[in-house]
Design a binder for this molecule. Structure first.
Ligand SMILES: *Cc1c(COP(=O)(O)O)cnc(C)c1O
Length: 328
């Protein structure tokens, strides 16, 4: 089933699964990073996997423009804009909020790629999704063939791409005779978390998928993950029975809100950079690493555990939030 789905090749796969020995030694757990920041296309990240399936469906439907939405520094908008170009299409994106003074990072790349940017004038994600819908309808009324990708590309097709990613990492773990105690993932629009959870079920594994939310409230994440896993299960024609305890979402590291850095995330980014030469990002993976460091430090994640930390990318955000990343 998975192999027969249309796929528009964008990502360089498999992405590496790497040991991070100095960080592991300091924390007293074994950490491996699944380097999905290295999917390659247009500076990479997790959205590239999702877009392989989403763009394939758009082409199948003869779309000429991709319509999506996200934050001002959205990695999803950047990669969607690039994928549209590679597929010979245009891209329109609705961005949360209003034009600010920042022009760097993902925003620079969106403009370089020629995406049409519309400001929602609000940070409300539901309202932004509604505007994405409205823009799509308007384009259709004007005779275009738009393909709507919801914020974050979190649809059943987006999740399917992460079932594939789980298959990929399980093979890499098997080759090293490793059995992780946890997958750690950043939970944003929830498609990656739901896809990894669906993948764990799909392959009959029991590895807990531990999500750290950086965007939405825990309850909203739980609802979205449940809905996405169920939709994905019926789409792939498999029963992927979820119990409540399968869904682990921790809201303790969100700080003041989405795309607002915390001192702990800033410290985690600096620590991983200086120990391993690996760059995390300020909006997603920095907060998740801050969570890992804290949970290990407090003994909630036992010493000597083996963790797979999914590095989902986002480094252009370092430039978009340059004034927040360094401690002045
Ligand atoms: C979008 C994003 C995530 C979260 O993925 P979702 O599927 O939206 O939950 C994590 N990390 C980075 C760098 C992202 O851009």
């Amino acid at each position: 089933m998975l192999d027969s789905l249309p796929r528009f090749p964008l990502a360089t796969l498999p992405t590496p699964l790497e040991e991070v020995p100095r960080l592991s030694r300091e924390l007293g757990v074994r950490v491996l990073m699944k380097r999905d920041d290295l999917t390659g296309f247009a500076l990479g990240g997790n959205k590239v996997r999702k877009l392989e399936f989403l763009v394939a469906e758009a082409l199948d439907k003869h779309a000429d423009v991709l319509v999506t939405g996200g934050g001002i520094q959205s990695n999803h908008v950047r990669t969607t804009a690039a994928a549209a170009r590679k597929a010979g299409m245009h891209a329109v994106a609705v961005l949360f909020s209003s034009p600010g003074s920042e022009t760097n990072g993902n925003l620079l790349l969106d403009r370089l790629l020629g995406a049409e940017l519309i400001y929602a004038g609000t940070d409300d994600k539901i309202e932004t999704d509604r505007m994405v819908q409205k823009v799509t309808e308007d384009l259709r009324a004007q005779g275009h063939h738009p393909y709507l990708i919801p914020v974050g590309g979190s649809t059943r097709l987006g999740c399917v791409s992460y079932i594939g990613a789980v298959g990929e990492v399980l093979e890499q773990l098997r080759a090293r005779a490793l059995k992780p105690d946890y997958f750690f993932i950043t939970t944003g629009s929830c498609g990656t978390h739901a896809g990894i959870l669906a993948g764990v079920k799909y392959y009959g594994e029991r590895i807990p998928v531990y999500g750290i939310t950086v965007s939405r409230a825990v309850n909203e994440c739980r609802e979205r993950i449940t809905r996405l896993v169920n939709e994905t299960a019926s789409f792939v024609g498999r029963e992927l029975a979820l119990s409540d305890s399968d869904i682990i979402v921790n809201g303790d590291y969100l700080g003041p809100g989405y795309a607002q850095i915390t001192p702990e995330a800033r410290e985690a980014i600096r620590r991983v950079a200086r120990l391993e030469g690996i760059l995390l990002d300020p909006v997603y993976t920095g907060k998740t690493m801050a969570g890992v460091i804290d949970l290990v430090g407090r003994g909630i994640i036992p010493r000597d555990s083996t963790l797979v930390f999914w590095h989902t990318g986002g480094q252009p955000g370092l430039f978009g939030f340059a004034n927040q990343v360094l401690d002045h």
